[in-house]
Design a protein around this ligand. Structure first.
Ligand code: ADP
Length: 239
């Protein structure tokens, strides 16, 4: 009985520490993000003022690095928000087809070597969703598809309606995921060990992505054949 009592006390203490850690991360993340946003805006002004000068590349390089830092902090902040139940959605009615098209175009403009082939069975895919968050989900899957298929040129995006749900898939022909790792990759801070040294990342994108989809009442999963690439799917309720 005494052991049980001690176990309960330790568990409660651990839960308390975990919550405090997440609350601290959420607060620190917010404080770090605010000056970074100002820094990015100022650098963009500087870039425009220097347009055409040889030295502009240093400013562009700095913008890229600060953007990466901003994205990393935002991801860590999202993990903390999820863990303390404070990832709040701002939902509105929107056309998912338009959102996907715009996201595909903005990724295409990033001077990538991949060809993105986007097909949708309909031009109107109505959802009631947090547009910014769904864009984050889609871009996460798409940038992963690009990152984990170096040298492979094609990424296929398909959108359709099935069983009163919108079904989106993002397929690459890259390195694939070992079968034994399929259940792990949605955990926070998890990266497939054999790939971790070759590709940059911190292993939170898929965790955050799946949580956002679940908060919308949808689902996210992956099918893959090692050596033949990965195919990620997500669903969202039809509005
Ligand atoms: P990150 O890419 O920062 O490591 P993610 O949470 O997005 O974090 O992905 C977790 C892990 O899942 C990655 O480290 C990688 O091992 C694997 N993974 C994700 N997407 C793909 C993909 N399209 N192809 C192969 N492996 C992938």
């Amino acid at each position: 009985m005494e052991i049980e009592r001690q176990k309960k006390i330790f568990t409660e203490q651990l839960e308390h520490i975990a919550t405090q850690k997440s609350e601290f991360m959420a607060m620190a993340g917010h404080e770090l993000n605010t000056p970074l946003t100002v820094l990015i805006a100022n650098l963009q002004v500087l870039e425009q003022l220097m347009d055409g000068q040889d030295t502009v590349k240093y400013v562009q390089n700095t913008i890229n690095q600060v953007n990466k830092l901003h994205a990393l902090i935002s991801d860590l902040l999202d993990v903390s928000k999820i863990q303390i139940g404070q990832l709040i959605l701002l939902k509105e009615k929107c056309n998912l087809y338009a959102l996907l098209s715009e996201s595909v175009n903005s990724i295409r403009n990033m001077k990538i070597n991949h060809q993105i082939i986007f097909n949708s069975t309909r031009k109107v895919l109505p959802v009631y969703a947090d547009i910014r968050r769904i864009e984050q989900v889609f871009k996460n899957l798409l940038t992963n598809a690009i990152k984990y298929s170096p040298g492979q040129k094609e990424i296929f995006i398909d959108a359709t309606i099935e069983d009163h749900k919108i079904l989106i898939s993002v397929q690459d022909t890259g390195i694939g995921i070992p079968a034994g790792e399929l259940k792990n990759i949605f955990s926070s801070y998890y990266r497939v060990p054999v790939q971790a040294s070759t590709f940059t990342g911190v292993g939170v994108g898929l965790y955050v992505t799946r949580e956002i989809v679940k908060l919308h009442g949808g689902d996210l999963w992956v099918n893959n054949e090692i050596g033949e690439g990965s195919k990620f799917y997500f669903t969202l309720p039809l509005a």
